[in-house]
Design a protein around this ligand. Structure first.
Ligand code: ADP
Ligand code: MG
Length: 454
């Protein structure tokens, strides 16, 4: 590998964090075996010994890995290579006498590899997502004529990224010349910061984005509080829009709930189609699991799909993670078809989603216990940090774990919903930046759901 000693050490630290963060099964099975090959700018090349691990990591653990490598190695994204791809990489590198990645650097945006499994065909359409699906499909067939921008919002793991990749895959197949730029909001931000930091003028950065035929920005909510990036994005948006290029944006919340989003951007976002993607109903969840099994080559009794679809309601990614675990357990016991007994076995250890037992009171109790503060202080008006932090954590957890509106959460604390939004954003941001907070939240979540599945 081509990492410096310091970088190797950083990687070991990143792995340490992942081990703490992921379940033992996920870590041991998929993540532990990764070896870093080379760091190029902010992109980290990782080699994996198994294609199964690549699939698993790509669909379930990329956020965790991005967080860890960002923190310890300053990388904003990673690319997984299997052994064959690694050999190719090494060959190209040798030939060029310099890192292969450096050669491809400026193409890296337009040649973004969409996940080949995230297609329109593999997307199960139900009541909760049919409008988004139809809008995405019609945009893909009629660029910049129908809805521009198309702004899709909805909770974690409901298929937003899948839809973007589906559009990308579809367009690539129709017209390989099209310049499709897919970025996460973080990537856009970091690119912009880099362009400025290295003292280059930002022309190269601008050209890269403003020459796109299609610009997709995933998870735009991270633009909140970043005034410089908002400004830059505003101009990128206008230029593309005026030139008749298609813009597609996703977010985990509607524009009006993105804190500190400039009014002019908010109104731009709302000028096309604003469409939410909801949680799928039971039948759709079962169909999604069956589709996933088909795509991944897994095999399970119908009872398993029903069982998982019943237990997990709101997050498809989580549902799929459980299904993969169940199939893995079946494999361990030498069966090629998973049965309900494997589901029970796998879910015995699955504690992250026993949501139905969680109430506002329980959250308050557990947080008070964890931070050793009085309930009356927590619910009261005190403004010292020792109380304010746990209070915000309560609000954050309520937005995450309870299906009740922000205003109701506000009422619990005799405050209005903007306080709740502020707390949620502050903690969300804190978790990304501060390891200790992240661990604390994980501990609290675990305390909240310590009743296992039955
Ligand atoms: P988001 O970006 O909204 O957090 P993703 O697009 O990453 O969610 O989706 C999470 C997982 O759920 C992916 O593996 C995706 O393929 C799957 N998924 C979500 N919605 C559907 C659907 N309607 N049909 C099939 N798979 C889906
Ligand atoms: Mg996503």
């Amino acid at each position: 590998m081509f990492l410096s000693d310091a970088e190797k050490k950083n990687w070991a630290e990143a792995l340490g964090q992942l081990e703490r963060e992921l379940t033992a099964v996920s870590f041991d099975l998929w993540v532990k075996s990764l070896t870093p090959l080379e760091k190029n700018g902010q992109l980290l090349y990782l080699v994996s010994p198994s294609d199964m691990a690549i699939t698993q990591i790509a669909s379930n653990h990329s956020a965790a890995i991005n967080g860890a490598i960002n923190q310890y190695l300053g990388c904003t994204s990673f690319k997984l290579l299997n052994e064959a791809q690694k050999d190719e990489y090494l060959k190209a590198r040798k030939k060029a006498g310099e890192p292969a990645s450096a050669i491809a650097k400026d193409n890296v945006l337009y040649s973004y590899e969409f996940n080949p499994k995230f297609t329109f065909e593999n997307f199960v359409v139900g009541k909760s997502n049919q409008v988004v699906y139809a809008a995405a499909y019609s945009v893909a067939n009629d660029l910049a004529k129908k809805f521009n921008p198309l702004f899709i919002y909805g909770g974690a793991g409901l298929g937003k990224t899948h839809i973007l990749h589906a559009i990308g895959n579809y367009l690539r197949e129709k017209n390989s010349q099209l310049k499709i730029t897919y970025v996460t909001c973080e990537r856009f931000t970091n690119d912009y910061i880099d362009a400025m930091r290295f003292g280059k003028d930002v022309t190269a950065f601008r050209d890269k984005y403003r020459n796109s035929d299609v610009l997709m920005v995933d998870d735009i909510q991270f633009i909140s509080n970043k005034t410089g990036t908002q400004e830059e994005f505003f101009h990128t948006f206008n230029e593309l829009h005026q030139a008749g290029r298609q813009i597609i944006i996703t977010s985990d919340r509607p524009p009006k709930e993105i804190a500190t989003l400039e009014e002019r951007l908010r109104s731009r976002f709302a000028s096309g189609l604003l469409q939410d993607i909801g949680s799928p109903d039971f039948e759709t969840r079962v169909a999604i699991l069956q589709k996933k099994a088909l795509v991944e080559g897994w095999n399970a009794d119908d009872a398993v799909y029903y069982f998982i679809a019943e237990k997990i309601e709101s997050n498809i990614r989580e549902m799929e993670g459980v299904l993969s675990k169940v199939c893995f357990y079946a494999g361990l016991s030498g069966k090629n078809k998973a049965g309900i007994e494997h589901a029970h076995e796998a879910l015995k250890y699955e504690i992250s989603n026993a949501k139905e037992n969680i109430t506002a009171d329980k959250i308050i109790d557990v947080v008070c216990k964890y931070y050793n503060v009085n309930k009356s202080d927590l619910m009261g008006k005190k403004k010292n940090k020792e109380i304010v932090d746990p209070r915000m954590i309560c609000m954050y957890l309520m937005t995450e774990l309870l299906d009740i509106p922000l205003t109701s959460i506000g009422k619990i604390f005799a405050r209005d919903h903007t306080t709740v939004i502020h707390a949620r954003d502050k903690i969300t941001d804190g978790i990304r930046k501060n390891n200790k907070l992240k661990t604390a939240i994980n501990d609290i979540r675990n305390m909240l759901v310590s009743t296992p599945y039955s």
